[in-house]
Write a protein that binds this ligand. Sequence first.
Ligand code: ROI
Length: 167
Amino acid sequence: MIRCYIALGSNLGKPREQLLSALAALRSLADTTLVNCSRFYGSIAVGPGQQDNYVNAVAAIDTTLTAEQLLTALQSIESQHQRRRDVRWGPRTLDLDLLLYGESSINTDTLCVPHPRMHQRDFVLRPLADIAPVKLLQSEFGGINSATFKDTDDLWVLNDNDQSQSA
Ligand code: ROI
């Protein structure tokens, strides 16, 4: 079994429900166990132009799928959620990014792991810090620590009972 981390993001449709539905899809993926998921975060869109706020989270899975098979499975879950790939950096119903595949470094035309932009993105690092082992956070991420993070104007923890869809 390989321990993998997957970033989830949505800012179209009902973002929270998109994430819950994506987690259900991950849970029923063949040869894969959903191990854990971070809290859900609201976040201001990073990137050009004006976009609605996102809901972001990070999930941990154990899988015997190869990285390529996993990527294909993630893309198929995105398609099931009406993901369109027309606008780069554009709004999306569901984005599933493979952050880490065990300790592998992968660099092919289709796949780059560890995800090349994850270290700069608080909307990835902060949920990751909820669930990743301290050892991994120390070795890969300079010791980021869930306990030292505070809500900011750009990124905040969503309460489970907060039903607002505006993130
Ligand atoms: N911004 C936020 N806050 N969250 C995301 O998941 C996200 N995903 C993206 C871009 C457009 C870069 N911006 C984002 O792909």
